[in-house]
Write a protein that binds this ligand. Structure first.
Ligand code: 13P
Length: 252
């Protein structure tokens, strides 16, 4: 059975003490609640070790927001998969649209990042999604197909079984404009169909596909009730423990 997951992408937010406070609130809330999903937080790299310490004592899981495509060496400012593995990182976001846009990450480079993570037993949370113009031109399926083919479909079935996917329509990120449940379901079903064609029905059935883009406590339930939506990758609403945990409680 595939997993329901709610993951918080904190992006470049929070000072150390604020990050500690938020982690503590999520940790305490997880102690009290019985949830129908895994909860992952993805803080800035500087706070990964602190949050990992919390995770050791809890059901909370932690992911990084980025990794270098290089193994090691003279890449000032970068963090390698080996470094993440050395602090027991379980997940890492790859291919977020902000990294594609502002840091010009290409599908090919993202494939290398996925390889590095899998080499070290870290599960990629791989993001795909179209910009508004692409949806308006009705080429959103082609865009997502290309992202999957060029960054993930070199993996064999066993390797692929470690990947979590996130469909994040770029026009819905941080805009308050959520994709409708029907739009999310349509794309998630398409992604699952592509995976079934590339690998097999079982692999497609097992992969968790999260929705991301202005997901909040008010819309999470309807989104997560769609057949092929297995949870969310949450930005803004993951910065407040109450909102984030309310989203995690949205599974029927
Ligand atoms: P928002 O939830 O703020 O729209 O961000 C979504 C996102 O980019 C998560 O990775």
């Amino acid at each position: 059975m595939r997993k329901n997951i709610v993951a918080g992408n904190w992006k470049m937010n929070k000072t150390f003490s604020e990050a500690e406070e938020l982690t503590d609130q999520i940790f305490l809330s997880l102690e009290e609640k019985s949830l129908k999903c895994d909860v992952i937080i993805c803080p800035p790299a500087l706070y990964l070790e602190m949050t990992s310490d919390y995770a050791e004592e809890s059901r909370l899981k932690v992911g990084a927001q980025n990794v270098s495509e290089h193994e090691k060496g003279a890449y000032t400012g970068e963090i390698s998969a080996a470094m993440l593995a050395s602090i027991d990182m379980e997940y890492c976001i790859v291919g977020h649209s902000e990294r594609r846009k502002y840091f010009h990450e290409t599908n090919d480079q993202l494939a290398q990042k996925v390889n590095r993570l899998l080499d070290y037993g870290i599960k990629p949370i791989f993001c795909v999604g179209e910009v508004l113009e692409e949806r308006e031109k009705n080429i959103h399926f082609d865009i997502v197909k290309k992202q999957l083919e060029e960054s993930l479909f070199h993996l064999n079935k066993d390797e692929f079984s470690n990947v979590v996917l996130a469909y994040e329509p770029v026009w819905a990120i941080g805009t308050g404009k959520t994709a409708s449940p029907e739009q999310a379901q349509e794309m998630h079903a398409y992604i699952r169909k592509m995976i079934a064609e590339k690998y097999d029905a079982n692999t497609a059935d097992e992969v968790s596909i999260l929705y991301g883009g202005s997901c909040n406590p008010g819309n999470a339930k309807t989104l997560f009730s769609q057949n092929d939506v297995d949870g969310g990758l949450i930005g803004g609403a993951s910065l407040k423990a109450d909102d984030f945990m309310a989203i995690a409680e949205s599974f029927e």
